[in-house]
Design a protein around this ligand. Structure first.
Ligand code: SPV
Ligand code: MG
Length: 426
């Protein structure tokens, strides 16, 4: 009987290097290729440009491939238990501890791991580079948030970025866990952080041209979807232009809040005089934005300030349903309470009537609740709205003080990244 062989393929764009490894694997016996599901792909290298079905179709047509199956986790445990292949084929490039795990599983029944050197032919590098370049393109980038919302079986986690370097932190930070490589799904361009980074108050003083410059700076060095904090969205007559501009840039979503007049940061709550917009006027803004929108990808998310402004749950829910009716692609419910109770109550009541419209939350003050718990209440997007600037400022402040205290910089050495590292960081 022919030996059975298993090979997992994560790549989207197949080149000669992949073909070579498939050929070698097929020489060992009957070859089954595991194609990563979109969800597994997402947890490994971000959003696939090609869907699972498209990737499957391509691989199933390659000579030597007997069949294609779905590999829906990064780990090999389930596949090896089910298939018990005689051989698992892999390149000699592994991530984390998976090599040892695979070997252990194979040893249990006499299976064998066969490794081939990873191709380093420079002619193939161009394919990898092209795949990477595609991720930067507005057409690809714009739709990534909607795709991620469809794919994810957990709330998306989003961290603020306010310049190139913080964008890179959101883009690159990864934590390796059992069955996933955990990372942020998108970035939030916060009005608070964008303003603070420019030394200005969060009162819509930093104008849209300047906000667009921040977005551009981040976009030049990253590929993850961007959610823009659009403040009030401004005048309806201006908002319609803003939507088109953001779409063209490749931004995935704008969140606008139902306030009018001089906007101040929500975390002031009722300490700052702020006026909530009327339901009618805000709905008109949403409708105008949706009518101006050119693509299906872009999302306009309506942010409800009723709990912030102590207007009560009923008002929040009434607004939520009206905004959805007006065409909002999602609802953000904000709260500055230390406990998540009012947000959770809102989610439960909203979900009774509205199953599919994404819910966005910003757990800055009620931050003891976990992502998993929020997910159980139907939350789809969790925004960590200000944490990079809040962590950077005290660190920078401390260094500035210490230099003044000591009239030299020796004492701050251990608080600073070594020069060699900063030079080679980018
Ligand atoms: C921001 O990050 O600017 C926000 C969220 O709008 S909050 O600061 O909590 O209002
Ligand atoms: Mg804001």
């Amino acid at each position: 009987m022919a030996k059975t062989v298993f090979l997992s393929i994560g790549a989207e764009f197949i080149h000669g290097g992949h073909i070579a490894i498939i050929e070698k694997a097929a020489e060992l016996g009957e070859l089954t290729v595991g194609v990563l599901s979109d969800e597994a792909f997402m947890s490994y290298r971000g959003y696939p440009v090609l869907t699972y079905e498209e990737r499957c179709n391509i691989i199933s047509h390659i000579k030597g491939v007997s069949r294609v199956i779905k590999k829906d986790t990064l780990s090999y445990d389930k596949i090896i238990a089910e298939l018990r292949p005689d051989y698992v084929v892999h390149s000699d490039r592994w991530r984390g501890k998976s090599r040892e795990k695979v070997q252990k599983l194979l040893q249990q029944y006499g299976g064998e791991l066969v490794e081939f050197p990873y191709t380093d032919k420079s002619e193939y590098e161009i394919f990898d580079r092209q795949a990477e370049q595609l991720r930067y393109m507005p057409e690809i980038r714009r739709g990534k948030l909607r795709r991620a919302l469809q794919l994810a079986d957990r709330p998306l986690r989003v961290l603020e970025a306010h310049n190139g370097i913080t964008g890179l932190i959101v883009e690159k930070t990864q934590v390796e866990k059992e069955d996933e490589i955990r990372q942020f799904d998108a970035m939030w361009i916060s009005s608070l952080c964008d303003s603070t980074a420019k030394g200005k108050p969060d009162i819509e003083l930093v104008d849209m041209t300047s906000r667009e410059n921040t977005i551009n700076e981040i976009m030049e060095v990253t590929t993850k979807p961007i959610i823009l904090d659009g403040d009030t969205g401004g005048l309806i007559e201006h908002f319609v232009y803003r939507v088109k501009t953001l779409e063209r840039m490749g931004v995935s979503a704008i969140i606008i809040e139902d306030k009018i007049g001089l906007k101040k940061n929500s975390l002031f709550g009722t300490d700052a005089a702020q006026q909530q917009d009327s339901i009618e006027h805000f709905c008109e803004k949403i409708r105008a934005g949706k009518a101006a929108q050119m693509t299906k990808d872009f999302m306009i998310i309506a942010r409800i300030e009723s709990l912030i402004l102590a207007k009560g749950m009923e008002d929040a829910l009434k607004r939520a349903f009206a905004y959805v009716e007006a065409g909002a692609d999602g609802i953000m419910i904000h709260s500055k309470d230390k406990e998540p109770d009012e947000v959770l109550e809102f989610c439960e009541k909203f979900r009774e009537k509205c199953e599919d419209v994404p819910i966005v939350v910003v757990p800055t003050t009620y931050n003891h609740i976990t992502e998993k718990e929020l997910g159980k209440y139907g939350v789809n997007i969790i925004i960590y709205a200000n944490h990079l600037i809040r962590s950077a400022f005290p660190a920078m402040n401390k260094v500035a003080h210490t230099i003044l205290e000591n009239e030299r910089s020796l004492e701050v050495d251990e608080d600073c990244m070594p020069i060699k590292e900063i030079l080679t960081l980018i």
